[in-house]
Ligand binder design. Structure first.
Ligand code: SF4
Length: 364
């Protein structure tokens, strides 16, 4: 992450959960899930750049309402950048519009009846920063909108000082967080069960090991890729290509055999005389999906193992530590201990080991 220029999207991640933000933007750990894939699909649809907004004030006054898609704005002064899904520009007045795949927050009355809808805090922060960037670019911004695709509902927000202060304070808190250590997990929070990072974060396990003011309750946390597909193609002459977010498998005679959404694919194995297009290979690599080439007899010939998203800074610091004699043994020991602990946690979670084995792992 360029410390001088922060994407507003990262600040919104912080508003959602500081620990999630830290994993993703400081440590470079991303775990895709069906939710994140669907969110990206919706953004791809709306992120088709359109004409640039009018440059001069004169042009702005003369312009009629224009819809500018995928508009990137940057403020060196604030150290902030954002790509707006849509900006509705009417002369010198602009309305930022953000698209969300989910639903807005429901507002209930005392009897538990839904009486209205409001945007989520994380969406408020992101659209607030977008409004500030538009203002920095010389536009007047008094309202913003968030479109929730699951309900086809557009919510309007007033852009006032309260929203600006909330957005900028969250931005400042995210910057401070990025320079410190990883935040602790949320406690008994409804965000965790659906969070794609929970297998890495282990909120309930960590909270049960530390003292919190709230008693953590162990919940069933769902592994995000439990239903992942390991795709194997082995018929001679088969071709694997890509279309939108789907892998397309075609026979030698042009018959379409399968269409598999990428969101569910964990790996691809090509056995024997099977072809794959360069575009498909690039898309799979972008998503961290490995591809194995095997001979017709099933012997592994080569693997395309995508580079992960760990930042250059993290890699550089890791290599520096490994170069240091005195740190090597300590690091290796810590890694082995962490791996054994992790295996113990997985065994506990799946209830697949006796108390004797768990005790042995604890003391090993
Ligand atoms: S599992 Fe919970 S605490 Fe951990 S990153 Fe996700 S939302 Fe944050």
């Amino acid at each position: 992450m360029d410390p001088k220029l922060w994407p507003a999207r990262n600040v919104a991640e912080f508003a959602y959960c500081p620990r999630l933000f830290y994993y993703m933007e400081v440590e470079g750990i991303h775990v895709p899930s069906s939710d994140t894939e669907e969110g990206q699909r919706i953004h791809r649809r709306v992120d088709v750049p359109s004409a640039t907004p009018p440059e001069s004030e004169q042009d702005r006054d003369a312009a009629e309402l224009r819809k500018v898609r995928s508009l990137t704005l940057t403020s060196e002064r604030l150290g902030l950048t954002a790509t707006l899904d849509l900006a509705e520009i009417d002369g010198s007045v602009a309305v930022p519009v953000e698209y969300r795949k989910g639903r807005p927050r429901q507002v209930y009355d005392e009897d538990g009846e839904v009486i209205g809808y409001e945007s989520w805090p994380t969406d408020r922060v992101q659209i607030g920063l977008q409004a500030i960037l538009l203002e920095e670019a010389g536009y007047e911004v008094s309202s913003a909108a968030i479109y929730y695709a699951a309900e086809k509902r557009r919510l309007s927000l007033v852009v006032d000082d309260a929203l600006r202060v909330e957005a900028l304070e969250t931005f400042e808190a995210a910057r401070t967080c990025a320079t410190g250590s990883r935040p602790l997990p949320l406690v008994n929070d409804s965000r965790c069960p659906r969070c794609s990072l929970q297998p890495v974060c282990l909120p309930d396990e960590i909270n049960s090991l530390r003292e919190t003011s709230e008693t953590p309750s162990a919940r069933k946390l769902w592994p995000p890729r439990d239903d992942g597909i390991h795709l194997v193609t082995q018929r001679r002459g088969t071709r694997v290509g890509i279309r939108a977010s789907t892998l397309r498998v075609t026979e030698a005679d042009g018959t379409k055999t399968a269409e598999v959404p990428l969101a569910g694919v964990e790996s691809l194995s090509l056995v024997g005389a099977v072809q794959i297009s360069t575009q498909a290979l690039h898309t799979l690599a972008d998503r961290g999906i490995p591809v194995a080439y095997l001979s017709g007899a099933g012997r592994l010939i080569a693997c395309v193992d995508p580079l992960d998203a760990v930042s250059a800074d993290t890699r550089r610091n890791q290599v520096r530590r490994l170069d240091c004699e005195s740190d090597r043994v300590e690091l290796s020991r810590a890694l082995i201990v962490a791996k054994i602990r992790n295996q113990r946690v997985l065994l506990q979670r799946n209830g697949a080991a006796s108390a004797r084995i768990l005790d042995a792992l604890k003391t090993s």
